[in-house]
Design a protein around this ligand. Structure first.
Ligand code: KIV
Length: 291
């Protein structure tokens, strides 16, 4: 007897293999994209359906970001997000992608406090997210994180670094501000970025970093591909929080966001428009979305 329900009243996932001929994204494919100058696209998603829709739209990397603390849980910042919450959402995203035979690369965000105590704690937390279905983990900050990144990479866990505005340390930074604006800040960012590449980080989110500095860092990091958010058009790829690019940010929309839903008939169309705009270089526009 077949117990698979043919339809549910709660929404179903899009058809399998949405992109004909598209192979699962992995690190060598991301390196190839960089080598041929093709921009890498990343979007956040936190559940099975949105992950499947993003995958069908051609998004290469799905970040299960701890921004879910704000957009899903209604928290004032990402600081209160727990590892168990991240595990639940990574598992939901991975399950959704598996259901549609999706090809996206899944990045699980290590939340505040889950990698700070020791390298061993970071390994434990990363293992939880990898076993939930992540292909890579992301952690914020430079300097002290370098050793942790090396420790994880040595043990076969791909790592995405995150520099510039690091939301988990918003209280120490004094707000959501552009980072690396003065010479000392720029030099420190460069030093941290190079050390993280040497430690083995394969991707690096650059958040709210001046466009010229991001472009310089990108050139200086041939083995670690920069993914910008509010960092201009000179990075190897772009990321946005899904709710922002769908125009459902209930607060003040950050300058670096474009609402792709405005001229789209569906969420999938909006995500496809985002992918196309990043690939053809029309988003971000340095005159509007960068510093
Ligand atoms: O948590 C998140 O969604 C992020 C992105 C803003 C890059 O870290």
């Amino acid at each position: 007897m077949n117990h698979t329900p043919s339809a549910t009243p709660y929404g179903s996932l899009p058809p399998a293999s949405p992109m004909p001929g598209r192979k699962p994204i992995n690190l060598p494919r991301l390196h190839e994209m960089r080598a041929r100058g093709e921009k890498i696209t990343m979007l956040t998603a936190y559940d099975a359906t949105f992950a499947a829709v993003a995958d069908a739209a051609g998004v290469e990397c799905i970040l299960v970001g701890d921004s879910l603390g704000m957009v899903c849980q209604g928290m004032p910042s990402t600081v209160g997000v727990s590892l168990e919450t991240m595990r639940y959402h990574v598992e939901s995203v991975a399950r959704g992608l598996q259901r549609v035979q999706g090809t996206a690369w899944v990045i699980g965000d290590l939340p505040f406090g889950s990698y700070h105590a020791s390298k061993e704690q970071a390994l434990h937390s990363a293992t939880v997210l990898m076993q939930a279905g992540a292909h890579m983990v992301k952690l914020e900050g430079g300097g002290w994180t370098t050793e942790t990144v090396h420790f994880l990479v040595e043990r076969g866990i791909p790592v995405c670094a995150h520099l510039g505005l690091t939301p988990q340390t918003v209280h120490a930074l004094g707000g959501y501000r552009v980072q690396g604006r003065d010479d000392a800040g720029a030099a420190q960012l460069q030093q941290h970025a190079l050390a993280l590449q040497d430690a083995g980080a394969s991707l690096m989110v650059l958040e709210m970093v001046p466009a010229a500095l991001s472009a310089t860092l990108t050139q200086a990091l041939p083995r670690c591909h920069t993914i910008g958010i509010g960092a201009g058009d000179g990075t190897a790829g772009q990321v946005l929080v899904m709710h922002d690019m769908l125009g459902i940010n209930l607060g003040k929309t950050p300058k670096f966001v474009r609402n792709f839903m405005q001229d789209s008939a569906s969420v999938q169309d909006a995500m496809r428009a985002y992918v196309n705009a990043v690939k053809n270089g029309s988003f971000p526009d340095n005159t509007q979305h960068a510093w």
